[in-house]
Design a protein around this ligand. Sequence first.
Ligand SMILES: [Zn+2]
Ligand SMILES: [Zn+2]
Length: 389
Amino acid sequence: MIDLPARIAAILPDLTAWRHTLHAHPELAYEEHRTAAFVAERLRGFGLEVHTGIAGTGVVGVLKGTGNGPAIGLRCDMDALPITEATGLPYASTHAGRMHACGHDGHTTMLLGAARILAETGPGGATCVFIFQPAEENEGGARTMVADGLFDTFPVDAVYGMHNWPGLPVGHMAVHGGPVMAAFDTFEAIVEGKGSHGAMPHQGIDPIAISAQLVNAWQTIVSRAVSPTEAAVVSVTQIHAGDTWNVIPDQVVLRGTTRCFLPAVRDLIEAQMATRADLICRAFGATCRFSYTRRYPATLNTPAEAETAKAAAVAAVGTEAVATDLAPSMGAEDFAFMLEQRPGAYVWLGNGPVEDGRHLHSARYDFNDAALPHGVRYLVELARRAGGS
Ligand SMILES: [Zn+2]
Ligand SMILES: [Zn+2]
């Protein structure tokens, strides 16, 4: 029997050093060349079969199981964000305007750590497919990997993902039985009125007054059209119009994002936003060009794999430290594209307190190194359980 905590403790200095070098060299979506090379070199060093160039900068490592056991996909993300780091850490970003502000440096490190330990100790029955994904932030690298034939080349029976979670104590995890992260869409409405003198609005068609109606009408989709028992968000995040005090402009551009969990709610939001934009603008004599873009589907854990994830989490951090009753997040996650193809589960790993603005995507955020051993332990326990060992 392997003393797993001792094995993880033995490699922890390496893992911490890897995390810090990844943190110091953040790369944006599809530009993760240094990161991918770093990952591939380590995986080869562990003796894994390594495939590079999947979805551009994606890397896959394969560790063959014994016999005809199942295959399990373990996925992490590698990309950083266009943020100027403000942590002042000794290993802070050396790439101007780039920062690992979502902890993907930690995710990459933990998956490398799990690959190393499973390579050393044997994966048991399961064949492990380690998926290092590019471009999680905004660009949907998971979708590109799937489109590139990820699951045709590497057929897995289930796929698992993990994200660090600020606000959840270190050494704790959260597992959801169904929805974890919301569907994420974007919209744009261009309201065309007719500009006029600010003192003589009756001579034109004021697109700003109309846009105010539009914002209110869209908010009542959530409060009046979606069932009160379902979650949904419509956020107008940009309003662009006008240049001076006394001129009513011709045009207003509104943009924003919507979130929800159920496909039926998603359909309803899209249809209602378009209808309300059209009818309200026409009521005032204006026109509206409305576009709605579906970005990421909802991240929905499948029941059996959520149970497997929970068992692995309990083995990693103990029953008391595994929350199964946390509300899902209205944030989004492109791992959803993998879960559309295969059953699986996406879990949260405690990253500790959020004091001093240490939220995800903050310039003062840092992945918590104290979470590294817990994440590695979880991934190894998961692989063992999936293989029935
Ligand atoms: Zn992020
Ligand atoms: Zn992230």
